[in-house]
Design a protein around this ligand. Sequence first.
Ligand code: PHE
Length: 336
Amino acid sequence: MDSLAAVDWTAYQDEALAAIGSALSEAELDDARVKYLGRKSALAQALRGVRDRESGMLLNGVRSKLEEAVAAREAELARLAYELAAEAGVDVTIPGTPVTRGHLHLLTQIRREIEDIFLGMGYEVWDGNEVATVWENFDALTSDPGHPSRSQFDTFYIDQNTVLRTHTSPDQIRAMQTRKPPIYMVSPGRCYRRDTPDATHSPIFLQVECLAVDRGITLADLQGTVLKFFRALFGEEREVRMRTSFFPFTEPSVEFDVTCFICGGEGCATCKHSGWIEMGGAGWVDPDVFRNVGIDPDEYQGFAFGFGIERIAMLRHGLPDLRAFWENDLRVLGQF
Ligand code: PHE
């Protein structure tokens, strides 16, 4: 065979061993390996053309020797690097600085948990806008034109007709304007109010809005949905109660409480010894709201409720101060 005959394999092996043995870095060693053992090397090409046992044994012998030499030189280079480092006073056996793994913010974890529960009940998760028109945030929700919550002291105005939403309820309006009933939607997101930050107030906070619009919906559906949701979130033993309340966009309106998930209703510091924890507001969608978005209130009915996410996180983990969520102190956030 030509290639076999043309090459002096003893010389090839000696030359290769010399190159491998004198490589001073991993890169040099790799160059030698590619040159004498790589796919395009004379050795590899000759091996591909082998037809008889004798030449095969000869060439495979050369290959094994060279492979052993590469492995030996690799180990030697590693040892040399270690010795050099040690001479320079570097102890390479000291463990490295661990890289701490990040994780989702506690509020994001809870938001996703909430979304999963609603998805399981067949709701669409809505990504609402943090910027709303005055009409969406107030007028369409039939809020009183003179109500103090509209003032610049309570609400962040971007211009005369545009605000940072003060609650997630404007998402109800957008959902009803862009979807045809039946609508089952839940909208979690940031809301803004001009509050001075303290342990229980923040100018930025997270709410979740839930809206169901369909034929033949009753208040029992609202109660059942709220109960199912809070049982999924806090445990099957929970009970829910409704107290009459007022919101401009629901009639009748209620506030709902959940039996305390710390003491189970016995009474403790978290529930102020009442056994109940206030969770949020809810009600029957006011027919005027339906009219504002062009839905016929004689054909469709609906319920809505809203609640805060920080409150759930604070109660669940016994956190005393809301500001901790927004200050991004990793000593706090890293615990959840
Ligand atoms: N948007 C109300 C609030 O911020 C809560 C609410 C939502 C009440 C839906 C009724 C129905 O307090």
